[in-house]
Every structure is written in structure tokens, then in C-alpha cells.
Design a protein around this ligand. Structure first.
Ligand SMILES: [Zn+2]
Ligand SMILES: [Zn+2]
Length: 193
């Protein structure tokens, strides 16, 4: 005569055994799950949607210890006029990208994200920045001094100074391109609901 296992023992055995259905559906979901870099970049593009610039929409997020500590997009400073309200067209429109930044109404996304970090008291030392566009020379200067560890970007951005690559290599900050094709399937998946 075989003795049946006690109820608690049977319960423990059920808990220990993986549920094959659950494991399989988890694996299927994992295939469509963005890695951490893609996830941060999707958030950078979401931030760009909030841009008030009449020329180009740029966004970024700063990530430290796998947590987003700040987001940024290009636009006029917080609490000031919207570019559409200025008495003359913003020089961002029709101007040379990356040139004459002090004449333009907008602050860049990366500068705004660093300002937000300062405003909220979040250290950027050793953090990574994920940018829809490669940061300009002025933002690169700030990122270096703010202790940013690495730059991730999707689109390029002109460097009229010719100094950007030199500064980054002297500061030992690597830059990594993330292909749009790594992001786009996740956005399409969202559209399906
Ligand atoms: Zn602008
Ligand atoms: Zn910039």
C-alpha cells in the first residue's frame, strides 16, 4: 500500500515545480521586451514629444544605476514664453544646427536634463545619457563636467566647432549608436495594444 503525501508536502511539491505554461508564456513575452538601453531610448523619444522648439524635437534621459533620474527636451526655459509667442521667429528655425546657440531661444534637451538633475538634487556622477540626437559641443562640455559616463544616441547632430570628438576622447567618454531599428519594433508593438 502506497501512502499518499501529506497535503502540505503536496503543496510544496506543486510550488517547487515550474508551471510549463507560465514559463513558456514568460519566454514569449521576453522576446518582445526591450533591453535596458532600448527602454531608456524609448523614454528619450517620448521626452522629445514634449519639445517646444519650432525647429527640431530632441529628447534625452539620464540614467544612473538603471534608474531614470532626469528627463529633458529642448525648448524655452521653464516658465518663460513659448517660442510661438516670441515677437520674431526663433533663430532655431532656418538657422545652422549647432551654431549661434546663444542667439536661439531654446535650451537644449541635455542642458535641461542636467538642470533638472541639479534642481532635484540628483547626482549625475557616473550616470549615462540617452539622447535622440548626438549632443552638441555646448552640451558635451556640460556633460563632461557633470561626470556623465557614456553617451547613447540614435540620430547624429552636426558639430560646427570641430572640437566635440576631441573633448569626448580627452574626457574618456565613449559614445554608442543605438539603431532606430532596435527601437521601432517596440513602438509598433505598443500601437497594437
Ligand atoms: Zn528651438
Ligand atoms: Zn546641445
Amino acid at each position: 500500500m502506497t501512502s499518499r503525501p501529506s497535503r502540505p508536502a503536496a503543496r510544496r511539491a506543486r510550488r517547487a515545480a515550474p508551471n510549463p505554461d507560465a514559463v513558456e508564456s514568460h519566454a514569449i513575452k521576453e522576446q518582445g521586451r526591450p533591453d535596458k538601453g532600448s527602454y531608456a531610448m524609448i523614454l528619450a523619444f517620448a521626452a522629445a514629444l514634449r519639445s517646444t522648439c519650432l525647429s527640431r524635437k530632441v529628447g534625452c534621459v539620464i540614467v544612473r544605476d538603471s534608474q531614470v533620474i532626469a528627463t529633458g527636451y529642448n525648448g524655452t526655459p521653464k516658465g518663460t514664453w513659448h517660442p510661438e509667442e516670441f515677437p520674431r521667429p526663433c533663430p532655431c528655425v532656418g538657422g545652422v544646427s549647432g551654431a549661434d546657440l546663444s542667439l536661439k531661444y531654446c535650451a537644449h534637451a541635455e542642458a535641461n536634463a542636467l538642470a533638472q538633475s541639479a534642481y532635484r538634487g540628483s547626482s549625475t556622477a557616473g550616470a549615462d545619457i540617452f539622447c535622440t540626437n548626438f549632443p552638441c559641443i555646448e552640451c558635451v562640455k556640460l556633460l563632461i563636467s557633470a561626470g556623465i559616463r557614456a553617451i547613447y544616441y540614435v540620430h547624429g547632430y552636426p558639430d560646427v566647432s570641430g572640437l566635440r570628438d576631441r573633448y569626448l576622447s580627452q574626457a574618456g567618454i565613449p559614445s554608442h549608436a543605438i539603431a532606430w531599428s532596435r527601437i521601432q519594433p517596440h513602438l509598433s508593438a505598443l500601437a497594437k495594444g
